[in-house]
Design a protein. Sequence first.
Length: 253
Amino acid sequence: MTPAAPELTKDAFLGGQLTLAQPATGYRAGVDPVFLAASVPASPGQSVLELGCGAGAASLCLGRRVAGLRLVGLERQTIYADLAKLNAKQNKIPLTVHKGDLANMPAALRNDGFDHVIMNPPYFRRDRGTASPDAVREGALGEDTPLSTWLDQATRRLSPAGYITLIQNAERLPEVLAAMDSRLGSVVVKPLCPRIGRAASLVIVQARKGGRGAFRLAAPLILHEGIMHEADRDHYTPEVAAILRTGAALSLD
């Protein structure tokens, strides 16, 4: 029996510049892929590979901000690979999507090289938490491929002097850094803090293949104004509002 098609929603990103079809239940892209896309220092004419592209949120946000990119995605779940293709077509942003597992990279990608590799790996280790009963959601959020494999495969796909950019839970930063070997350097970490005085919840990490610059811990990005939630509105800081509403770039300086 053919599985029933999932119920979909249409969700606006970048202040309506981008509309994405997503499953009504299960994993749904939020602001994290928008921050990821905003932090990629891509230029027209360059190539970008997204590992675990989901429904295409990060790649398509980047493609909306920077025209003329060669965008490629890899996604192992059929539902999301199909949605990424659909979303690219409906938003008129060229995106080539390969269905496959990064631990067993499709031949077309093994023989290719990219100026940028971006990724939003699963946040949750399953030796420290409970799996979601929703198989599709669990496939997106629960880690069954180690971070070390994500970093290794990303590094292999990079052209010389290319950049890896990823977003991850702040508590897993030590694992990310440990997985970066001598092929990568010029590492910068950008903490994302919910409010002033609050610990970072997420980090953006960027490294360069063959980079020789010193490790750098950038000033944090504060997401919300004030020290606490005071009303039923988002309270985004002006920098964050510009990223989320207009597609502004996020500097890692």
